[in-house]
Ligand binder design. Structure first.
Ligand SMILES: Cc1ncc(COP(=O)(O)O)c(C=O)c1O
Length: 297
């Protein structure tokens, strides 16, 4: 779209994942690219930009500092800023998460969804996407309850929801869920509105619960999620425990990022491989197996 509109340079402010995506698309669209990220991002997210050779600008500050700076730069340079002047095209793209869900459930909406929130945009667009499916006649009604998930160390939207407020108070983020570390969320108000309209809920989890969530998903579903996925699973677990999500309800948990990007968060929790000499004796010594190979110890 940026190319269609005649831009030669694309840019974005990002907690990491949007920057990876913008860098990759800019490379394939042959556009100049500037991505602005906070100074404390995980190594894999930084590398995931550098490989496409955009200008990677690491700002000494948090995402909210990055975002403020980008608003000023956007005023000075005629670039396509993905989450500023061409924001609608980026944000509307998130509706595909609703479309794919409905299609994969056989043209039905789920009873409940759990969505990780940073700026809150994704949540509002999934809600919008579900309603568009009804508007074009592909489904009869939208009865889905929308649930928002944040990490305790950056939970301005969930905190407001739980306090019964329709406005949030900005916070200074401190969490391992860096993808979601937006203290002043641009779409926070609308996320609160969509969740309330759907009769859904919001909650938040500690960093320990984020790691537990990542492990639970990996060890039960074989999916290695990044910290944002740990937030989603942690909050899903909490909502089930509270009886807000019932075990018989069709529930979709949106896992939005790959675990290899945030290895720092789990490195101390996963243990080490069992190292052995290349011999059967060494193997048998380390793994006391029964005759049929079961019961490793
Ligand atoms: C992995 C991941 N999931 C979810 C989100 C939520 O995005 P939003 O800002 O739309 O709430 C982000 C935002 O950066 C993200 O990186």
């Amino acid at each position: 779209r940026a190319r269609e509109l005649g831009f030669e340079t694309v840019a974005c402010a990002s907690t990491g994942n949007l920057a990876n995506s913008v860098s990759a698309h800019a490379a394939s669209a042959n556009l100049h690219c500037y991505v602005f990220i906070p100074g404390d991002l995980e190594a894999a997210k930084v590398l995931g930009n550098l490989i496409y050779k955009p200008h990677v600008v690491e700002v000494e500050g948090n995402y909210d500092d990055v975002n403020r700076l980008c608003s000023e730069i956007a005023g000075e340079h005629g670039w396509a800023f993905v989450n500023i002047n061409i924001r609608p095209y980026y944000a509307e793209g998130s509706k595909t998460l609703a479309f794919e869900t409905v299609e994969q459930l056989g043209w039905k909406t789920p009873d409940q969804v759990v969505i990780p929130m940073a700026s809150g945009s994704l949540l509002t667009k999934i809600w919008k996407g579900l309603h568009e499916m009804k508007y074009v006649g592909l489904i009869d009604d939208v009865r889905t309850k929308i649930n928002g998930a944040q990490a305790e160390g950056c939970s301005p939207i969930s905190t407001a929801f739980k306090a019964g407020r329709d406005f949030f108070k900005p916070v200074k983020p401190k969490t391992i869920a860096k993808s979601l570390a937006i203290g002043n969320p641009a779409d926070g108000y609308y996320a609160l509105k969509a969740t309330a309209e759907s009769k859904g809920a919001m909650d938040m989890v500690t960093d320990e619960e984020v790691v537990e969530g990542i492990q639970l998903l990996a060890q039960t579903e074989g999916i290695f999620a990044e910290t944002a996925g740990g937030v989603t699973i942690g909050v899903l677990k909490k909502l089930v425990k509270q009886g807000i999500i019932k075990k018989n309800e069709v529930t979709v948990a949106y896992i939005t990022g790959n675990g290899l990007k945030t290895q720092e968060a789990v490195i101390d929790a996963v243990g080490r491989p069992t190292r052995i000499q290349p011999s059967l004796v060494a193997f048998e010594k380390n793994f006391k197996l029964g005759k049929n190979g079961g019961g490793d110890s």
